[in-house]
Design a protein around this ligand. Structure first.
Ligand code: ADP
Ligand code: ADP
Length: 232
C-alpha cells in the first residue's frame, strides 16, 4: 500500500540567467505506516523535496503519485484540496495563529474541510488529549511553552487523519529536553499507524526514524533501513 510514489522528480529554478537544479532525478516509494527521515547538507534539496511531497509545489519533470492520484500536474486549487485532506504539516516555527486558542488552532483544518461545528469540537478535544494538552486547550500560543506550541501544531497536523505527517525540522526551535519529548510524541503517533516523514539535519533526531534518506546535490545519496530502531 504505497502512499507516495515518486519517479525521477526534477525541480529546476530559473535565477536570472542561471538554472539552479534543486532536484536532479529523485525516485522513492513510501508505504503506509513508514517513519522516514530526510537528511542532507544545506542546499541539497530537502525543502524542495518536502514542498513537492507536501503538494505545495509541483516538479519541473517526473511523476508524483500520492495515494493513487498523480499530483505532479495538478492546478493550485486541486493541490490545495489534496493538501488539506492528505497531509498534516509540522514546521520548525509552529505557525500557529496568535489570536486563536490552542483548540481553535488545532481545529482549523476541519473548518477548511467543511466539518460541522459539533464534530469539530469532538475531534478537536480528542486530538488535544492525544497530544497531552487537555488542560491547555483554551490557552493562546503566547501563554504556552515552545514544546506545548509544537504539540498544538502536531494536533493540527493529525486532526484530519491525513495519510502523511510531514515535519520540517520540528525540533529546530526547541531545547534538547523538549526535543526529546516531541520526538517521543512522533514515535507514539507512528505506533498508532501514521506515516511520518521528517526533515532534519540532526543525526539524533533522524535516529527515531526507521528509514533514513540522505540527499546530496539534488540526488539521493543513500536510502537505508535504520538498523538501530528496526531491531526493536
Ligand atoms: P535544503 O532544504 O536542503 O537546504 P533547498 O531545497 O532549500 O535545500 O535548496 C536546493 C537548491 O535549490 C539550493 O541551491 C537553493 O538555493 C535552490 N532553491 C530552492 N528554492 C529556490 C527558489 N524558490 N528559487 C531559486 N532557487 C531555489
Ligand atoms: P532550509 O535550509 O531550512 O531547508 P532554506 O532556507 O533552504 O530552508 O529555504 C527556505 C525556503 O526558501 C524554501 O521554501 C526554499 O524553497 C526557498 N529558497 C531557498 N533558496 C532559495 C533561493 N535561492 N531563492 C528563492 N527561494 C529560495
Amino acid at each position: 500500500n504505497q502512499v507516495i510514489e515518486i519517479n525521477e522528480i526534477k525541480k529546476f529554478y530559473q535565477v536570472g540567467t542561471e538554472v539552479v537544479k534543486a532536484l536532479q532525478g529523485v525516485s522513492l516509494s513510501i508505504t503506509q505506516g513508514e517513519y522516514v527521515a530526510i537528511m542532507g547538507p544545506s542546499g541539497s534539496g530537502k525543502s524542495t523535496l518536502m514542498n513537492i511531497i507536501g503538494a505545495l509545489d509541483t516538479p519541473t519533470g517526473g511523476q508524483y503519485v500520492l495515494n493513487g492520484t498523480d499530483v505532479s500536474r495538478l492546478s493550485d486549487d486541486s493541490l490545495a484540496e489534496i493538501r488539506n485532506k492528505e497531509i498534516g504539516f509540522v514546521f520548525q516555527t509552529f505557525n500557529l495563529l496568535p489570536r486563536y486558542t490552542a483548540l481553535e488552532n488545532a481545529m482549523l483544518p476541519l473548518i477548511y474541510a467543511g466539518v460541522s461545528k459539533i464534530d469539530r469540537q469532538e475531534r478537536g478535544k480528542e486530538v488535544m488529549e492525544s497530544v497531552g494538552l487537555s488542560d491547555r486547550m483554551h490557552h493562546r500560543p503566547n501563554e504556552m511553552s515552545g514544546g506545548q506550541r509544537q504539540r498544538v501544531a502536531v494536533a493540527r497536523a493529525l486532526i484530519n487523519r491525513p495519510s502523511i505527517i510531514l515535519a520540517d525540522e520540528p525540533t529546530g526551535n526547541l531545547d534538547s529536553k523538549t526535543s526529546v519529548d516531541i520526538m517521543r510524541l512522533f514515535d507514539e503517533i507512528h505506533k498508532q499507524g501514521n506515516t511520518i516523514i521528517l526533515v532534519t539535519h540532526e543525526e539524533d533526531i533522524a535516529q527515531h526514524a526507521h528509514r533514513i534518506i540522505r540527499l546530496r546535490d539534488g540526488l539521493i545519496e543513500s536510502d537505508l533501513v535504520n538498523e538501530q530502531v528496526a531491531a526493536f
